[in-house]
Design a protein around this ligand. Structure first.
Ligand SMILES: [Zn+2]
Length: 221
């Protein structure tokens, strides 16, 4: 392999980045592989994060290049559901189709379409998966409580528990009442009532929703 210095990506024209995306997408297609972030890092001249930074997101870059980012057939369903949960949390409400094509979503709605038959069906299956996961979660919490301190939870709540608490609090900060659904860019966090270091468990009844500011004692302005 010839040794060449990588040029400063900053100086590369948008057009060159897009051309490389198209070239790599077609190469990957011939190889029977999906045009993913990781595959582009392996085969592209530039890095996938350069694309994401330049065009706003990886998916925006693909769209600019005229590539339909729907070839990811092998994404595990868990990853699709996890992504849906993260978008739901970021939006503070049920995501709509177009939310899935923007940050922070990693997979477009068309991938959900392909996998589940329709966007609606994807949402239905998601909700039933979440319900099931949460009933397991509550069983586990019951065990923790009846163990009288011999069984301890981890400090950081898993995503499913965070989602449960946020949903219970209607995706609103319990201190200031704001929600990402009405305040764009507001970040919601899940915080312990009784600190974990003081024996407070990471269970639903000891957790509450706070926005980034309230959680750091700054309060809403
Ligand atoms: Zn707040």
């Amino acid at each position: 392999m010839k040794f060449v210095l990588e040029s400063f990506n900053r100086d590369v024209a948008d057009r060159e980045l897009l051309q490389d995306l198209v070239a790599v997408a077609s190469k990957l297609k011939d190889l029977g592989k999906a045009m993913t972030f990781r595959a582009y890092n392996e085969h592209g001249k530039y890095s996938a994060s350069t694309i994401a930074v330049r065009f706003g997101s990886w998916n925006d870059g693909l769209q600019k290049a005229g590539i339909v980012p729907s070839q990811e057939k092998d994404v595990p369903i868990e990853a699709l559901f996890e992504n849906l949960q993260l978008v739901w949390i970021a939006k503070g409400r049920q995501p709509v189709y177009r939310d899935m094509s923007a940050t922070p979503s990693q997979y477009t709605a068309s991938i959900y379409n392909d996998r589940f038959g329709s966007w609606r069906k994807a949402l239905e299956e998601f909700v039933s998966a979440v319900d099931q996961e949460q009933s397991e979660l509550l069983n586990y919490e019951a065990e923790v409580k009846s163990s009288k301190g011999t069984k301890r939870t981890r400090r950081d709540p898993p995503l499913s528990l965070r989602f449960y608490v946020l949903k219970r609090d209607r995706f609103c900060c319990v201190a200031c009442g704001r929600s990402p659904a009405t305040t764009t860019g507001l970040i919601l966090e899940v915080d312990h009532d009784l600190a974990w270091s003081k024996g407070g468990e990471t269970i639903e009844e000891n957790l509450k929703t706070l926005c980034f500011d309230c959680n750091r004692g700054k309060g809403a302005t």
